[in-house]
Design a protein around this ligand. Structure first.
Ligand SMILES: [Zn+2]
Length: 210
């Protein structure tokens, strides 16, 4: 299966590829996107329309997976799924809106099935997933309580330090740790789904519908 992965950094993309292959339970071939983009969340949102069009018209990709960080924004909830319930601030809702707008403007290509899509949101950043099962304090429920109380249970820098041993890792250290932790997580995906239901569980559900 041919899949494109868009995330906030190449290290995150490497980890997402490992997780996606494991959820799909088959070998995936990565389709790269030539549209240029900047690192970070705005890079993903800026490039998404052009990348989606490129994948539709100029590649034989079967699907695209987009994973971003939630940072301090609201976590996706069941009520966002209701008609008119989408929350603009929620990144899963926003990704969906951007992609459905782009999909609506695409011409059908003979013999081409519509691209399958799957969205993930790491709460609050990918490093929280990498610590799943290692640091029991780190999960969506704890972060959500912190959002409600306006008091972070842990900082993003502390999560980075927990994963890399430093708050400022090099890209090669980031990539190496991301892949190692993603491989570890594939040995217990139900745990990652249980502790990160809105961000990772929803991604896994999207992929299982492919
Ligand atoms: Zn939402």
């Amino acid at each position: 299966m041919k899949v494109a992965v868009l995330s906030e950094s190449s290290a995150d993309e490497a980890a997402v590829q490992v997780l996606v292959g494991s959820i799909l339970g088959r070998e995936i071939q990565i389709v790269s996107v030539s549209a240029r983009r900047a690192h970070g969340i705005s890079g993903v949102f800026n490039v998404l329309p052009a990348a989606f069009k490129e994948l539709h018209y100029h590649t034989d990709a079967d699907g695209v997976v987009v994973v971003v960080d939630s940072d301090h924004l609201p976590i996706h909830e069941e009520r966002h799924e209701q008609p008119g319930g989408a929350d603009e601030r929620c990144r899963r809702c926003k990704l969906r809106q951007v992609v459905s707008r782009v999909q609506g403007g695409l011409r059908a290509v003979p013999g081409r099935s519509p691209l399958k899509v799957a969205f993930g949101v790491a709460v609050p950043i990918m490093e929280a997933w990498y610590l799943c099962g290692t640091d029991p304090r780190v999960n969506e429920a704890t972060w959500k309580l912190g959002l409600q109380a306006r008091s972070d249970p842990y900082t993003k820098l502390a999560l980075k330090k927990g994963v890399y041993g430093t708050e400022r890792p090099s890209l090669s250290l980031e990539t190496q740790r991301a892949i190692t932790e993603a491989q570890r997580l594939t040995r217990d995906l139900p745990l990652l789904e249980r502790l990160f239901p809105s961000g990772f569980g929803a991604l896994a559900q999207d992929l299982r519908r492919w």
